[in-house]
Design a protein around this ligand. Structure first.
Ligand SMILES: NC(=O)CC[C@H](N)C(=O)O
Length: 649
């Protein structure tokens, strides 16, 4: 179980900064015997609560520059004598029970509403509590969040904080000890239903600390490790079923029972203002929200090669070539040359399992009276959900499905090698390498024409999916034309790409791995061969609502449970790379997609912004599945990504 602790100093007389930092360090190191998967602390001064956490052991966190910076931000003014104090810290050494530590929001202290809390234990009825309180909903997976949300809810209803805490403890089932600050009150609150909080007051009664176990207090009051001022101090225990308020300025402690009938209503010492809460993830969200964006589409300033004109409109808007449809009768004429008797297949549809090819299949069969067969290339990253949706389409439409399966184990091992190489030296430019393995799809499309003897190959690619930024991050400038025909890219452009890849391979020899032959084949399959097929959406309107409606209502299409978006849910890699782009550059392919929709007049900029905000939320479940499939450590990968310097902050 986790170790929680706290240290309160009412004035700066008894400590200098070095001693204080040593005491906090000792509290961390002693507490980490209870948990080493993550660590964090909150430093409260009269104007601010600084929260810092990390998905590493306390010992490792203490050595980081980010930790130093948080301490500097939270404690500097106190030790510089600029603020009269008090200074209070609560800390946490985590053993994960609920919610992966790679996801920052699950680590502790948990900040929710006005409360910054550390928690030791498990709220076993957390799911029931969320369900019973539909007016509050979880943002993370850690059970601790529900405690904070309940306390906040009750205090918003008018309860004093001790009352609100008592009520929350009466709702909670499962061993729980907590310590928290609120934004507006000058106190530390403690509560436990097991008695796992032991505390000491300094001999001069000007400082206070607590920890999860008595021996930790013993270590810090006796012998070498004793915190200055606490030598020989008495150790007391907060009994099971009790809460405590500690006035941070006077160190006056009041204990109370969780029985609401017995708890005397106490008015907490209020601060004049609501303290600011400082947390990295919040700061980054703000910085993302403040990025400059094109006033017409919504491409942000971090988009490679972007430039805005005097009206704030970007070059991508200016050079955009509208998606001009050829008349639908032309496709009718074209298809009539191939249409058979309705029994034998008369066209092959490249079927990725995504929404566009599913809808295209529907159109070809139902609207154009064709009898397609489909083919899919399974390179190990088609999601199970994508496969089920393919099965729904083919079953209902009575369509034969050809599968070309790669050696999936090998493909995943290739991705693994490249992702591991990347994590050692992250670089946005080389991310497309993770997806190189699917490009043989185009190779097989050509060979299937020969194999089946059916000359008509249909692709349902979508021009709105043009993502210039992926190559942009590789220092390859955008190109307006060539969407469905990458082989038409000029030699100069291809050479530039190869040089840029080459440079990265040489600067990180881990890329010189088993995947090279497959990547070379992929490159050839994409850039080297003719892709002279029928592109359905060159003729037919692409309307998102119509597509979603047809698939969901007509074919019982299944959606992912980590996003309401229907795009990219058949692709097992998208959640991972979009997380990287969003985390580092503040945008993803959702931003370029929606920007194209705006330019096509399909949606308003306002709606697009809302969708981007929604769809750029991390798809944790899919990211986790991806890391499992390629056998890399989720928490480590996310930690590395989160540490990459941001382009927007
Ligand atoms: N070990 C603990 O005390 C865990 C506390 C909390 N349930 C968490 O997962 O972070």
């Amino acid at each position: 179980m986790c170790g929680i602790f706290g240290l309160v100093t009412s004035s700066n007389h008894s400590f200098d900064r070095e001693r204080w930092q040593r005491a906090v360090k000792d509290l961390f190191l002693l507490s980490q015997s209870r948990g080493k998967e993550a660590a964090g602390l909150a430093i409260a001064n009269p104007t601010e609560i600084v929260v810092h956490k990390d998905s590493v052991s306390a010992e490792a966190m203490l050595k980081t520059a980010d930790y130093e910076a948080a301490v500097e931000r939270g404690a500097r003014s106190f030790f510089a004598g600029e603020s009269a104090g008090p200074l209070a810290v609560i800390g946490h050494a985590r053993l994960v029970t609920n919610g992966l530590q790679g996801i920052d929001a699950n680590n502790q202290p948990v900040w929710r509403d006005d409360i910054v809390i550390v928690h030791n234990g498990i709220v076993t009825n957390w799911a029931e509590l969320w369900a019973a309180n539909p007016d509050i909903s979880p943002r993370a997976d850690v059970d601790t969040e529900v405690i904070a949300a309940l306390i906040h809810k009750y205090s918003a209803e008018g309860d004093s904080i001790p009352h609100a805490m008592s009520r929350a403890f009466n709702e909670i089932y499962g061993e729980t000890s907590i310590a928290f600050f609120t934004r507006g009150s000058n106190e530390l609150l403690l509560g436990t239903n097991t008695g796992s909080i032991h505390y000491c007051v300094s001999n001069a009664r000007d400082a206070f600390f607590f920890a999860s176990e008595k021996w930790i207090c013993q270590k810090l009051t006796l012998g070498q490790k004793a915190i200055p001022g606490f030598e020989g101090a008495a150790i007391q225990q907060l009994a099971a079923g009790q809460g405590m308020t500690l006035d941070l300025s006077t160190l006056e402690a009041k204990t109370f029972s969780f029985d609401p009938a017995l708890a005397t209503p106490q008015v907490s010492p209020l601060l004049g203002t609501q303290r600011k809460i400082e947390e990295k993830s919040y700061r980054l969200r703000q910085a993302q929200a403040n990025m400059r964006r094109c006033t017409k589409c919504l491409l942000p300033e971090t988009m490679p090669y972007i430039a805005y004109d005097a009206d704030g409109i970007c070059n991508y808007c200016h050079t955009y070539e509208p998606w001009e449809k050829k008349p639908e009768r032309e496709i009718e004429e074209y298809l009539s040359k191939f249409r058979g008797n309705g029994k034998a297949p008369d066209c092959v549809v490249a079927f990725s399992g995504g929404r566009d090819s599913s809808y295209g299949l529907h159109l070809l069969k139902e609207q154009f009276g064709m009898q397609p067969i489909t083919f899919s290339y399974d390179w190990g990253m088609v999601t199970d959900l994508g496969r089920r949706n393919q099965a729904r389409m083919c079953g209902k439409l009575g369509i034969e499905h050809i599968w070309i399966s790669a050696d999936i184990k090998q493909k995943r091992a290739n991705i693994r090698a490249n992702v591991l190489a990347w994590l050692k030296k992250p670089d946005l430019g080389i991310i497309p390498l993770f997806m190189a393995g699917d490009k043989q799809f185009f190779w097989y499309a050509n060979s299937l024409i020969k194999q089946t003897g059916i000359p008509l190959m249909v692709f349902c690619t979508n021009r709105l999916e043009k993502t210039d930024f992926k190559l942009g991050f590789l220092n390859v400038p955008p190109q307006v034309e060539g969407f469905n025909q990458p082989s038409s890219f000029g030699m100069g452009r291809k050479a530039k790409m190869l040089t840029e890849y080459g440079k990265r391979y040489l600067s990180n020899p881990r890329y010189l791995n088993r995947s090279i032959p497959d990547t070379a084949w992929a490159f050839l399959s994409y850039y080297g061969i003719n892709q002279d097929h029928l592109y359905l959406f060159d003729y037919v309107d692409w309307k998102e609502e119509v597509i979603d409606d047809t698939l969901i209502n007509g074919y019982d299409w299944e959606l992912a449970d980590d996003t309401p978006c229907t795009w990219r849910i058949g692709d097992g890699t998208a959640a991972f790379y979009n997380y990287i782009y969003t985390s580092v550059a503040g945008f993803s392919e959702h931003d370029t997609f929606r920007s194209n929709q705006i330019r096509e007049g399909q949606i308003t900029r306002e709606k697009a912004l809302a969708l981007v905000e929604r769809d750029n939320q991390p798809r944790w479940k899919s990211i986790r599945e991806y890391t499992q499939l390629i056998n890399i450590d989720f928490d480590e990968a996310i930690r590395t990504i989160d540490r990459i310097p941001k382009l927007y902050a």
